[in-house]
Design a protein around this ligand. Structure first.
Ligand code: GLN
Length: 450
């Protein structure tokens, strides 16, 4: 399949198409918790879902946090505005996620997201709902967001294509920030060609986001693939052996594969979490119960009591990040943790840039298969963070990457991730496009088939 978007546009839709789609999703949603809000489209267009930390004018945006309940943005995020301007899309809902993006499994929220391929298992996070919606709907694209792997991880666990652009390529205006120097808006779809359509529409400078750029994005299709041994070592044995079978197939398709060592890559998890938490703690400071969403109206209490009560609304992981992030930024330890993390990030960017000059990086997307929700719930924070080892390096370095299924095991997808050099966004997309000519994805659901 090349483009589901084009196929959808070429078909005559029954009159009640959107009503039936809406009814089906209303029926399924309480089981899977994919959407925080479902919307019946009032115009014709490709069904589009938007992660709940991205603002759509007039529709509640909560980032799956109780503290934002009732917040109705009076404006569209730039990415939403650009997509709607084409008049080719219809928003069908806001998708569930880990609160503010804090998580890898979609369980740090009021209603844990379930994997549609095995409902006892996690869907991956934090863009859980975006991946579930893509796995359910035949014709649909999702606007999602990644800080440290939130597009790749759920895309991998739900068996869809997930693309995260080079940092700065898509405007962040209208995103409820997690960590500003790491956040990237991207997409999920059922084919690489659909991702390309979305990037064409949304890329480029936006005066409302000073970090956005007009740098020329390129599409270099390298035939050289690089595997970092330190990363592969962290992957479960079964996934590793299947991945190497996939690599053999790629060799038969004309790719060359080189293994390298990069010791510093092990520092990417601590560096990422230190930077991400430091930035998150400042971003959450604005949620005080005064201005956005959830409001306390009892002003009889003193200042400290008032704020303590309002901020009780944060979930456990959000509280952990406020406390750790504030500590990391404090004067006495700042140089030891925060500044050092920035140095590590810079070193990794330099090293990876050299490697990626004439190659793509390849690895499995996740080191484990989707755990059962009960298993994920009993992981310690450190065990949980460690599962991000393959998705954090490109995110920390702001490099374009894409996750896609390459095989299946007991009905669950096995997914790989391709990383490109800065601004080679079309290159990683074209790699997956090529792969799709040799491999057919299996989708359990095809809701909205015409
Ligand atoms: N799991 C990572 C975290 O919790 C990444 C999540 C994300 O990309 N939003 O920070």
């Amino acid at each position: 399949m090349s483009s589901y978007i084009e196929e959808f546009e070429s078909k005559v839709k029954p009159k009640d198409y959107y009503d039936r789609l809406y009814d089906e999703l209303v029926r399924l949603n309480p089981r899977l918790n994919a959407f925080n809000a479902l919307i019946k489209p009032d115009k014709n267009g490709i069904p589009l879902s938007v992660k709940d930390n991205i603002c759509v004018k007039g529709i509640e945006a909560t980032a799956s946090s109780k503290i934002l309940k009732g917040y109705i943005p009076p404006f569209n995020a730039t990415v939403v505005e650009r997509v709607l301007k084409t008049k080719r899309f219809s928003i069908i809902g806001k998708t569930n996620m880990d609160e503010f993006g804090f998580g890898s499994f979609g369980i740090n929220c009021e209603k844990p997201a379930k994997n549609p391929l095995d409902e006892e298992r996690v869907a991956g996070g934090s863009s859980s709902g975006a991946a579930i919606a893509t796995a359910l709907l035949k014709y649909h694209v999702a606007i999602a967001e990644s800080t440290g792997g939130s597009i790749s991880a759920p895309a991998a666990f739900c068996g869809v294509v997930g693309f995260t652009p080079t940092y700065s390529v898509i405007s962040r205006y209208g995103l409820i920030d997690y960590a500003n120097s790491l956040d990237k808006i991207g997409f999920m779809a059922r084919s690489a060609d659909d991702i390309r359509v979305m990037l064409d529409i949304t890329k480029g400078k936006d005066n409302r986001d000073s970090t956005s750029t007009d740098s020329k994005i390129v599409g270099l299709h390298h035939k050289k693939l690089v595997i970092i041994d330190e990363l592969i070592d962290k992957v479960d044995e079964k996934i590793r052996s299947q991945f190497f079978e996939f690599v053999e197939k790629l060799k038969n398709l004309g790719y060359t594969v080189k293994n390298i060592n990069l010791n510093e890559i092990d520092l990417s998890i601590p560096a990422y979490y230190l930077i991400a938490m430091a930035e998150a703690s400042t971003n959450l400071a604005k949620f005080t119960g005064f201005k956005y969403g959830f409001k306390l109206n009892d002003f009889s209490k003193n200042y400290n009591e008032f704020f303590a009560e309002a901020r009780e609304e944060f979930g456990t992981e959000a509280k952990r990040r406020v406390i750790l992030g504030t500590f990391i930024r404090s004067a006495s330890v700042k140089d030891k943790y925060y500044s050092k993390s920035l140095i590590i990030r810079k070193e990794l960017i330099d090293k990876l840039s050299k490697v990626l000059k004439d190659a793509f990086l390849i690895s499995p997307t996740m080191p484990i298969m989707p755990p059962k929700i009960s298993e994920a719930n009993s992981m310690s924070p450190v065990q949980n963070y460690a599962t991000d080892i393959l998705t954090i390096p490109p995110n920390l370095c702001g490099l374009p990457h894409i996750s896609f299924p390459y095989s299946y095991s007991n009905g669950l997808p096995l997914s790989a991730q391709i990383v490109g050099s800065q601004f080679n966004d079309y290159g990683v997309i074209s790699f997956v496009s090529e792969w799709e000519k040799n491999f057919e994805y299996k989708f359990k659901y095809n809701i909205g088939e015409i």
